[in-house]
Design a protein around this ligand. Sequence first.
Ligand code: SAH
Length: 373
Amino acid sequence: MNAVSMSYDPEARRETPLALALKARIARDGPIPVADFMAACLGDETHGYYRTRQAIGTQGDFVTAPEISQVFGELIGLWAAVVWRQMGAPSRFQLVEVGPGRGTMMADAIRAARRVPGFAEAADVVLVEPSPVLTETQRATLSQSGAAVRWLPDISDLSPGPTIILANELLDVLPVVQLVRQEGGWRERVVRLDPSGRLDFGSAETSWSGALPAFADRATAGDIIELRDLASVTEAAARIASSGPFAGLFIDYGHEASGFGDTLQAVRQHRAEHPLTSPGEADLTTQVDFAAASAAFHATGLAVEPLVTQAEWLGALGIAERASRLMAANPSRAGEIELAIARLMAPQGMGTRFKALGVRSPGMAALPGFPSR
Ligand code: SAH
């Protein structure tokens, strides 16, 4: 979700199949919370964005780090191999990716980590993917990997035992509740119908009675808070960590400190559009609040590494050396490789907008690529 054009028509509303279904639902049952709108747009079994299309890549709607350079997945594979050794090189462990998209990152990771003796033989590769369409793409991508891969539809289905979980651009698709500060309290932001029957944002009729983060006290009228329910991820991680060594790596775009603001964004064919324009036909995400995510993992008893930017993390893992070797081995592609690495590391772009969050069992040593506390 990089380099998207930010000019769009806030009035545009397309009559997608999901827009029609949601309008009928709202006319019948009343406005729906933004979180439900997001969940429907991305995951509706018939019309949901990830259920129906090849979202990722130059032919899709947005490009992700593993699709920009093979070095991204390769470094993650080598990182996983070091972590596996820190775990005592268990003879069996789960190498899990949640939300693997096209399967590119796992394919690159496995290929690179084969150099580490014993790792590939010990790895039970598990992909957690709710979308049948993307599952098929991942199957094709990984068919030459030499690894026996299993698929699960839900992270809560993961088995216990030594486990490494990887996820790139997963947290940003998990739905958020949006709350708007109004006179007299907080109201949940909803999607409703305007007088002419078009989808529109509004606020719930009654005050929000759920929990609020501490920084909510500082709000002034109109401020928006986004609350993401990470329980499915944090509970799975904590449950697995209670049964053996566990490490998790979550890379995503977002901010280091919690704050106010509406970050809901839609992207279709590499352009930003108003989030109500194309329900089910655009990617719909919000920026990750990494302070809240770190706190949610910490609250389950996991150790959380200091947050680093993607550029710091890839730099610490030796991206420059790896890119040089790849360029030397492929001189005709050197320029292309250099450009791709520059994009991943860009100080005003992906390098700093994306962050790496590392979590682990408290008994394990600090994870590679993160500074020690
Ligand atoms: N990691 C990939 C894809 C990112 S897009 C890459 O970097 O290219 C988000 C991915 O998360 C898609 O594969 C999508 O189908 C998946 N996804 C969406 N909701 C999910 C959920 N609740 N659990 C697991 N995966 C989910």
